[in-house]
Design a protein around this ligand. Structure first.
Ligand code: NZQ
Ligand code: ZN
Length: 387
């Protein structure tokens, strides 16, 4: 195991009836709060009213920025940062899924920057602080509630880019599984695919001395495989929503990395699909991941795929390692496309090969240190396998 530093400073309030702590947590950082949210799901569910009540009870002054898009845009970051500057906001409260949380992280950073916020996303701007951020998560998927990363889309340049800045780590996050009861089957499935991918990106690695982390990752994946189908069929099943929610946070809060330097594979490829076609992140990952696996499977990687098939999907048949590895990939496909009901091809969501060359070029910037290093040509082939 490599040497590493692990620190996670987000305080988590997990479970029901935790919002009564919201006012006191916000008050630690000041009086003027900017509440951010997405396209309106929090108004439909009544969460917006509950949050406003808590803010009022604590005599805080509340400003609002709603309408943050899925695959949030740099223009939203810019607009909201202007509000923060003008209204001298002390603290941010993001209520929503990963898109709202990510956008709000960059709003906090852009408040201390006079140039174009896109520079911050690109890592070009020197910004070393942001507004303190609290989150109330309403969709289990990205893990943004417990990490310092965010992903922003620039429609003008057709780029979707992520960056991690330590000061964007939420100070506290409220994780109430009942806030995800209203998430529909499709978004629940996309979320499941995203969590699985966060683990898979790390699990498929060349290091062989990470037994503890392997076990944790296999448990996280098994949790998703067990509970996503239940949450899809029974949206108000607390046990399923709670297990998924906690798995989502731990899949990408730094724990499972164990000092690994390895780059990711499917995320860089997926971000191009979302940037060019504005599709759900989890759907893109679902379509890509089994094809990427097929592309990577060979005599040098077969042991890892064999372990995945055995420990995640319980395949114990008396076959060769290669055959078991292939069954594991098929099990993942069946889970994503049959059990969770996600579309299985790019063609079925109206994506053709028109931009594959330029998308592959952009994606290849992020795949040089991947499990299997992927060139532009490799990525183009994988996109084609997804048609
Ligand atoms: O906008 P509203 O009206 O809230 O509706 C949203 C949106 O339409 C809806 N939704 C959210 N909570 C709901 C709900 N609908 C009903 N009931 C609820 N309780 O779901 C739709 C999708 O929401 P979104 O926030 O876009 O989904 P997700 O959480 O999957 O976030 C995706 C974004 O996060 C980025 C992705 O690239 C994408 O831009 N990621 C962020 C990461 C991070 N910060 O670490 C890592 C990930 O790999 C990922 O890249
Ligand atoms: Zn993801």
């Amino acid at each position: 195991m490599n040497s590493f530093v692990y620190q996670n400073t987000t305080k988590v309030y997990f479970g029901q009836n935790q919002l009564n702590n919201l006012g006191s947590e916000l008050s630690k950082y000041g009086k003027r709060v900017l509440l951010t949210y997405g396209g309106g799901s929090i108004k439909k569910t009544g969460l917006y009213d509950k949050i406003k009540q808590e803010i009022d009870k604590s005599n805080l002054q509340c400003f609002e920025f709603g309408g943050i898009e899925p695959n949030p845009r740099t223009t939203s970051v810019e607009e909201a940062a202007e509000i923060c500057k003008k209204q001298k906001i002390d603290v941010l409260l993001a209520v929503g899924g990963g898109s709202v949380l990510d956008c709000t992280k960059f709003i906090g950073a852009a408040t201390f920057y006079d140039g174009n916020p896109w520079d911050i996303v690109l890592g070009k701007a020197k910004v070393d602080k942001g507004l303190p951020l609290l989150t109330v998560l309403t969709l289990t998927a990205t893990g943004s509630e417990m990490n310092s990363g965010g992903v922003i889309t620039n429609l003008e340049t057709k780029d979707k880019i992520g960056n991690r800045l330590p000061f964007m780590q939420p100070k506290a996050s409220f994780l109430d599984p009942t806030n995800t009861y209203s998430v529909d089957a499709y978004q629940t499935a996309c979320g499941a695919a995203d969590i699985l991918s966060h683990v898979i990106e790390v699990y498929f690695c060349k290091k062989q001395d990470l037994f503890l982390l392997d076990c944790i990752m296999e448990s996280l994946m098994r949790t998703v495989v067990k509970y996503a189908p239940i949450a899809i069929k029974e949206p108000t099943n607390y046990e399923a929503r709670a297990n998924l929610m906690w798995a989502g946070s731990w899949a990408i809060n730094g724990l499972i990395n164990g000092g690994k330097q390895q780059g990711w594979s499917c995320h860089p490829m997926e971000h191009q699909l979302s940037a060019y076609y504005d599709i759900s992140h989890g759907l893109g990952l679902a379509i890509l991941t089994p094809r990427w696996m097929e592309y990577c499977l060979d005599s040098t990687t077969v042991d890892r795929f064999n372990q995945f098939a055995t420990n995640v999907f319980g395949i114990t048949v008396d076959l060769s390692k290669m055959e078991i590895a292939r069954i594991g990939i098929q099990c993942l496909s069946d889970f994503l496309f049959k059990t969770c009901g996600l579309n299985s091809t790019l063609t079925s969501i109206d994506i053709d090969s028109k931009f594959f060359v330029e998308m592959a070029k952009k994606a290849a910037n992020g795949t040089k240190n991947s499990y299997k290093a992927l060139t532009e040509q490799d990525i183009e082939k994988i996109y084609k396998m997804c048609l």
